[in-house]
Design a protein around this ligand. Structure first.
Ligand SMILES: Nc1nc2c(ncn2[C@@H]2O[C@H](COP(=O)(O)OP(=O)(O)O)[C@@H](O)[C@H]2O)c(=O)[nH]1
Ligand SMILES: [Mg+2]
Length: 280
């Protein structure tokens, strides 16, 4: 009997929305995942949503700077960098047809969105929430990827603040979500992985002792209240990302895939059928 080889083809539209504070490592994450996917011959596209971005190693397939740039807004409307950025994102929302048209070319694809670093966009402005809602309306499965700089682990109060913004983003956006601790290569030079585990799946009540040691007694009840708040939500955990370790990169990518059930919608196709489509 003649052997039939099946080729798996992924159906559906998938988006990773890469968010987090300025300098946390969003663009590095995107670049790392693009390189990883290129290596394993997996098709993904980069979308730049940061109107202040300067340089990309991988040319974005869609780029907000073709619609509007922060530089132009600051020059022409006399805005500062923060106000200018919010203006750009509102402009994008008001001209969302532009994005719809651009996305039209990537009908059955996996897209990684590199987002701006203004934390207000995720925590309390409705802008990113509206963008997520619109993507979902267009039938994209959207995964939030929140990046926190692992250097924060060295100062528990900063780490707490990071956990709270990640929580706020999760609550505000209401989409499948993973949190990633970036720059692990730097941290692993100073600390052992087993000592860091408490930060991947935080026990805020335990970490409060550390914050209390570093703050004056009048703040201790506030520290406890914050820890209880984080504990009550108990939905924040972090996946460490070491961009120098291929297994770590692969694990983070699979975690994002799982969050949006990428891979569960594969359809086997006969090779002939695939060939016709591939050469179109
Ligand atoms: N060593 C190391 N540096 C990183 C890593 N991720 C980001 N950086 C550095 O941190 C800075 C900010 O990174 P970038 O990706 O531009 O942050 P973004 O503002 O969130 O897009 C840059 O100087 C990067 O080279 C990482 O995983 N390891
Ligand atoms: Mg960036």
């Amino acid at each position: 009997m003649e052997a039939i080889t099946w080729v798996l083809v992924h159906r559906g539209k998938h988006v990773q929305l890469v968010m987090g504070p300025a300098g946390s490592g969003k663009s590095t994450y995107c670049r790392t995942m693009m390189a990883h996917c290129e290596n394993i011959k997996r098709k993904v596209h980069l979308v730049n949503l940061d109107p202040a971005a300067e340089y990309f190693e991988y040319e974005p397939s869609i780029d907000i700077r073709d619609l509007i740039t922060l530089e132009d807004v600051m020059e022409e409307l006399d805005f500062g960098p923060n106000g200018g950025l919010i203006y750009c994102m509102e402009f994008l929302l008001n001209n969302i047809d532009w994005l719809e048209e651009e996305l039209g070319d990537y009908d059955d694809d996996y897209l990684i969105f590199d987002c701006p670093g203004q934390i207000e966009l995720y925590t309390h402005f409705p802008i990113m929430r509206d963008i997520c809602g619109t993507l979902q309306k267009w039938n994209f499965a959207v995964c939030g990827v929140y990046i926190l700089d692992s250097q924060f682990v060295e100062d528990t109060s900063k780490y707490f603040a990071g956990v709270m913004t990640a929580t706020a983003a999760m609550i505000n956006l209401e989409i499948p979500h993973i949190n990633v601790l970036s720059k692990m290569d730097l941290l692993l030079k100073k600390a052992k992985q087993e000592d860091l585990a408490q930060y991947f799946d935080p026990d805020p009540l335990l970490l409060t002792e550390d914050v209390n040691r570093k703050t004056r007694p009048k703040f201790h009840s506030l520290n406890r209240a914050v820890a209880h708040l984080i504990d009550d939500y108990s939905m924040v955990s972090f996946i460490p990302l070491d961009v120098t370790d291929e297994d770590s990169i692969d694990y983070v990518m699979s975690s994002a895939d799982n969050a949006i059930q990428y891979g569960e919608d594969v359809e086997p196709k006969e090779p002939q059928e695939f060939d016709v489509e591939a050469t179109e």
